[in-house]
Design a protein around this ligand. Structure first.
Ligand SMILES: Cc1ncc(COP(=O)(O)O)c(C=O)c1O
Length: 450
């Protein structure tokens, strides 16, 4: 007899972001297997996973090459601390340095996106002390709606009140600027004439705080969980310029946008902007095993060199950082991404899907359709242009699931109603599957009278 997983789960598992009192009325799916873009539940129902689990299963499910690489590595050397060298971590670091832009050459491995950002924050603060002796440069400017993780530093950089307020007081030194959210400009301006005022705001914050107290700006090139906010083309180069003008590091959080998701290997390539630190996770192993990384430019890395008595080394250790098995998965994953040119597929199929989704703009319920590659969002509105209610947006995503399509939905990110769904499928998506996602969404929107 099969176990009643839901009963056991209810008794013992504490799920993230979930109100357990609602468990009776909510049926969480029990997923048991998956292949390609499809996940299968214990009742044998198949779904097209148009959210790639959590934006991360970039190469799709059921990749034998990754399974084999993991199996072989576990047999050979399951673990050894990264205070010494292990072969998969070394090879993966070399391959990452080869495919990252510019001189992002020095890879610090950890286990997750939160840890990657935590690491970047700590590297930035230490860099500040080593580069500007006598000054106290520790502040890192981030943006409202941005998400950088659940640990204290990364959460303090996060600009989503609902992910922060129960845990305050947070780490000091993280002033926030408004995001480049053109559809509902937080500064009340129009994209054609704003002069990218939201980037100027970052400069004003630097001046207001005192440049001698600021060390970095951290940003997702395209804000992910905060609404898929794809900035105007001038925005990221302007951030780079501001950082250069004030001697600050630019930290780009490519935890979602990395590894082909936006149609380039890394999103910063869309604007030809090289960060000083880049943070990676999710698509680094396509979720097959946990792995994160913070990669530093040679210039940043070199400031950590010195005699032993100078204490310039980076004093952070992570038991599972550089885990040989996770790195073996990362190497196999990167090989698939490159050999199958999945960023090009994301660009091609993503452009096709975006142009289809844009036709939904004629429906009164659709306020905005946006994104790049296979990182797309649809924002819903009430007839008067205000946010569609959370309940109605939940209904849209529930009906999509009923019809066999799983999408993501903005959650715990903003104070307003949660009116945005996310389409971020595995990068192996075909045009036929893209058409199915579009057609199902169109049907749900026209059939349902909201
Ligand atoms: C942009 C971004 N940064 C960091 C993180 C944190 O990554 P993790 O959940 O692996 O700690 C996430 C997670 O969704 C993310 O979207």
């Amino acid at each position: 007899m099969t176990k009643d997983y839901r009963q056991v789960d209810k008794a013992h598992v504490w799920h993230p972001l979930f109100q357990h009192q609602r468990l009776e009325e909510t049926t969480l799916a029990v997923f048991e297997s998956a292949h390609g873009t499809t996940v299968v539940d214990t009742e044998g129902r198949e779904y097209l996973d148009a959210y790639a689990a959590l934006w991360n299963v970039n190469v799709g499910y059921g990749r034998q090459e990754i399974a084999d690489a993991v199996y072989e590595q576990i047999q050979k050397l399951p673990y050894y601390p990264h205070s010494q060298i292990n072969v998969p971590a070394t090879l993966l670091a070399e391959q990452l340095a080869d495919c990252l832009p510019g001189d992002l050459n020095h890879v610090y491995f950890c286990n997750s996106g939160s840890e990657a950002n935590e690491t970047a924050i700590k590297i930035a603060r230490q860099y500040g002390r080593q580069t500007y002796p006598g000054q106290n440069r520790y502040k890192i400017i981030s943006r409202y709606r941005g998400y950088h993780g659940f640990t204290y530093g990364a959460m303090s950089a996060t600009g989503q009140a609902r992910r922060r307020k129960a845990f305050e007081p947070l780490v000091p030194g993280f002033p926030h600027a408004h995001p480049p959210y053109c559809y509902r400009c937080p500064l009340g301006l129009e994209p054609a004439s704003c002069g990218i005022a939201c980037a100027d705001e970052i400069e004003r914050i630097i001046q207001g705080e005192g440049p001698e107290t600021v060390i970095a700006v951290i940003a997702e090139p395209i804000i992910g969980g905060g609404g898929v906010i794809d900035p105007p083309d001038e925005y990221l180069p302007k951030l780079r310029q501001i950082c250069d003008d004030y001697g600050l590091l630019l930290i780009l959080d490519e935890v979602i946008t990395g590894f082909g998701r936006t149609g380039k290997m890394f999103a910063c390539e869309h604007w030809d902007v090289q960060p000083d630190l880049i943070t990676l996770a999710k698509g680094l192993t396509s979720g097959y095993l946990p792995l994160g990384a913070c990669v530093a430019s040679t210039q940043v890395f070199n400031t950590f060199l010195g005699n032993t008595d100078e204490n310039r080394e980076f004093a952070q250790v992570c038991t599972y950082g550089g885990h040989p098995v996770a790195c073996a998965a990362g190497i196999a994953n990167l090989k698939i991404l490159q050999e199958e040119r999945l960023s090009e597929n994301a660009e091609k199929v993503g452009t096709h899907l975006l142009s289809k989704l844009e036709t939904l703009n004629t429906l009164p319920i659709v306020g905005d359709v946006r994104g790049k590659g296979l990182m797309l969002a649809v924002e819903f509105i009430e007839p008067d242009g205000t946010h569609l209610t959370t309940a109605k947006t939940n209904l849209i995503s529930a009906q999509l699931r009923e019809k066999g399509i799983i999408v993501g939905k903005i959650g715990h990110a903003v104070e307003e109603p949660e009116n945005i769904i996310y389409i971020a499928p595995p990068l192996i998506l075909t045009e036929a599957e893209a058409d199915r996602i579009f057609e199902t969404l169109r049907q749900v929107l026209v059939e349902q009278e909201f």
